[in-house]
Design a protein around this ligand. Structure first.
Ligand code: ADP
Ligand code: MG
Length: 699
């Protein structure tokens, strides 16, 4: 009978017990399985045992050196009231060396005279000393019950620890675990996959990660490039991608819809448009329609830089669904964007005789009954759209716009809402690196719009320091004189939303005083929706010259005649936020401009962000720059997305293994979605995704 190592509590491991088990739990290691996967974060090279005669110091010494010899003295010397030194003299026949430990009296009894030891550490030649010394060396006793060196004389693993457990103790514990349980480890990854990708077996991988073989290069290990490490990195990425593959199939959770539509409504809309779809818009729409016609649920990501025209593509897809007899919904991250979509889409579709309505938390009289009875064709809203209270008669397609915070978990939830799973189209302008896309959106198919509508001119961006604020006023006046319109955006200041609002209100008053003849209005998130709506409508109609705003207009708002964006306190904004804001202008044929007004001494990071904005308008370049400035750190926000934490793999470092893992995972799930003949893999997957997303419905 094989033991399930993830059921085996660490408490019962040799040398652990209840006290230490508590400490181990703090490291997140509760079971034998956890300990086996608790990998060292670095390795030290303590292999080369030198004759003491060959020890070097200073420039010639190479970091840590290792010697082996017999204990010939062990003394405790009291230096002062508080300081005691244990001095251990060791000889190997070629010379003597002294090991020194401070205030560790208890060690003395380990070093009986005549016993053999190995010492590893940095060597010093002491002032007035007679021989070399090591301070606090790592030590190991070679006695009857040592069957291998684990702390010295080899490539030594170093673990991150918590108070009460030392790296040395953890090393011993893990060694014991390996000794008694290595043979109980079962490999969940199918043999063919390992063979095809030249990956080593799981047992040797786990052993090799903790106690690497002697001939390995230590720098290879420290860069996570050794074969044992690669194998475990692969496993983690494979588990991740297999889960995403299962979610992507979505077919396990009820059937999708095969929309049957002639495309007449789409054609009628097309004839009313003042423009033709670009090639890339057409291609993306084609991919979307193919998915919609298939009997499987669509889960597709549509990516394209700000202003490339994603909305119209989504509207076409919604018309396709409506003509097939279904309802469609579009979900936006903010009320203001939902309201904008509503005005836009309502305007476009009214003449087609369709009923479009808005559902956000501030809409008082929601047409809930009409939606439930199928009398509304298209619903536009915020999160309210997926709340339990909202019932559709026949929801066929849901479009999620600009929703960075709508993760894998939420999408999986959506899938379960109805028996007949609606198709899902996610749209984003946030350009992210490919490895990240494969993960955060790894459960989705992918379309991309790479061109912009014809005639667009890149927005010219300039940094203006607060001392030159006058220039900004001059530019505003110039813009309005040339029949342009202006946004002036104030930041959300950390302290509170209220302060932000206040600064926007003051901003409006100031501008009114400076430009008594211009029409200056204010818009913000705390307004009543109908007020916001009427202001946006007036701005669109050109009845407002300057629109002062908080960051509520960051995403989605579309007024083609607006041609100047002023960002006040631009040093406080993140890079992708600035890019989004700038995307509000340059949407028509006019040459548009963006002025980044900055205050105070700029920090290094703020300076780099603003420079990047001035240098380029390319969203992907901006994203790369952002990644570089911020570092891989928390950037990904995988926590809320529902994706399990990666403990071994790194999305940045392990990009090529990620590609392989994704390919293999998607292939195996395609072949056998329920993994009936890979039960070990299936239970491994369940464990990996536990507490995040339930991959397999319990029958
Ligand atoms: P985003 O992709 O940022 O959501 P929008 O969908 O808001 O962009 O579109 C931006 C602007 O471009 C809108 O005013 C829209 O009407 C216009 N537009 C979209 N497609 C085209 C096209 N093919 N030709 C010209 N203008 C277009
Ligand atoms: Mg948009």
């Amino acid at each position: 009978m094989v033991k399930d190592l993830s059921e085996l509590n660490v408490q019962y491991i040799k040398g652990v017990g209840p006290q230490r088990a508590k400490l181990l739990n703090r490291l997140g290691t509760k079971t034998v399985h956890d300990l086996l996967y608790y990998l060292p974060y670095r390795y030290e090279d303590r292999r080369n045992i030198k004759p003491i005669r060959d020890i070097t110091v200073g420039f010639l010494s190479s970091g840590i050196q290792t010697v082996s010899g017999r204990v010939i003295r062990a003394d405790i010397k009291r230096i002062s009231g508080r300081l005691e030194i244990l001095e251990l003299t060791v000889s190997d026949g070629s010379g003597f060396i002294v090991g020194k430990w401070f205030n560790q009296r208890f060690l003395k009894k380990k070093f009986t005279l005549g016993i053999d030891v190995v010492l590893s550490g940095t060597v010093k030649y002491p002032y007035r000393g007679r021989c070399f010394e090591m301070e606090n060396p790592e030590y190991e006793l070679i006695g009857d019950d040592t069957d291998a060196l684990i702390h010295t004389g080899r490539l030594v693993p170093v673990y991150s620890v918590t108070e009460g457990v030392s790296s040395r103790q953890l090393r011993s514990i893990i060694y014991n675990v390996l000794k008694s349980h290595l043979n109980d480890i079962q490999d969940p990854i199918p043999q063919e996959i390992l063979k095809r990708n030249k990956l080593i077996g799981l047992k040797s991988a786990i052993m090799g990660c903790h106690f690497p073989e002697d001939e390995l290069d230590v720098s290879l290990l420290n860069q996570w490039q050794s074969e044992p490490q690669k194998r475990l990195i692969f496993d983690e990425l494979f588990m991740l991608q297999s889960g995403l593959a299962i979610l992507r199939r979505g077919r396990l959770h009820g059937k999708g819809i095969a929309f049957d539509s002639k495309g007449t409504l789409m054609e009628r809309l097309r004839q009313t448009l003042p423009f033709r779809l670009t090639e890339e818009q057409g291609k993306a729409l084609g991919e979307i329609l193919n998915d919609m016609k298939s009997p499987y649920q669509m889960n597709r990501l549509l990516q394209g830089d700000v202003g490339c025209g994603k909305t119209i593509v989504a509207v076409m897809a919604m018309l396709f669904a409506v003509e097939a007899g279904y309802q469609a919904g579009i979900m936006a991250p903010t009320e203001i964007l939902a309201e904008q979509h509503y005005i836009n889409i309502h305007g476009m579709l009214e003449s087609l005789g369709l009923r479009v309505c808005l559902v956000t938390s501030s809409v008082k009289k929601k047409p809930l009954d009409d939606i439930a009875k199928g009398r509304v064709n298209i619903v536009i809203g915020t999160h309210a759209l997926i709340e339990e209270t909202l019932r559709f008669e026949r929801l066929g397609l849901i479009v999620i716009d600009e929703q960075h915070r709508f993760g894998v978990r939420q999408r999986a939830g959506l899938r379960r809402k109805s028996q007949e799973a609606p198709d899902v189209l996610v749209m984003t302008a946030t350009p992210i690196p490919r490895t990240l896309a494969m993960t955060l959106y790894g459960d989705l198919d992918y379309s991309r719009i790479d061109d912009l509508p014809p005639g667009r001119k890149p927005v010219v961006t300039r940094l203006v320091m607060s001392g030159d604020k006058k220039q900004v006023y001059e530019e505003i006046l110039k813009e309005v004189r040339q029949a342009g319109q202006v946004y002036v955006v104030y930041p959300v200041i950390e302290e509170s939303e209220k302060t932000a609002l206040k600064s926007a209100i003051i901003g409006q008053e100031t501008l009114k005083k400076i430009f008594p003849s211009l029409r200056v209005s204010l818009i913000h998130g705390k307004m009543k929706p109908f007020e916001r709506e009427s202001i946006m409508t007036e701005f669109k109609k050109g009845k407002i010259d300057i629109l002062v705003s908080t960051t509520v207009i960051e995403v989605g708002v579309d007024v083609p005649n607006a041609s100047l964006m002023v960002v006040v306190h631009s040093e406080r904004f993140g890079l992708s936020q600035l890019h989004q804001l700038r995307g509000r202008v340059g949407r028509g044929g006019k040459q548009s401009r963006c002025l980044l007004l900055a205050y105070g001494d700029l920090s290094e990071v703020a300076r780099r962000r603003l420079d990047a904005m001035v240098k380029t308008t390319d969203g992907f370049r901006i994203a790369e720059e952002d990644l570089e400035i911020r570092g891989p750190g928390e950037l990904f926000g995988t926590k809320q997305s529902g994706i399990p934490d990666l403990r071994i793999a790194s999305l940045l470092r392990d990009a090529s293994l990620l590609e392989i893992a994704r390919k293999e995972a998607f292939a195996i799930i395609e072949e056998e979605p329920l993994l009936q003949s890979h039960l070990l893999l299936k239970s491994g997957l369940k464990r990996f995704w536990e507490g995040r997303i339930e991959l397999f419905k319990t029958a």
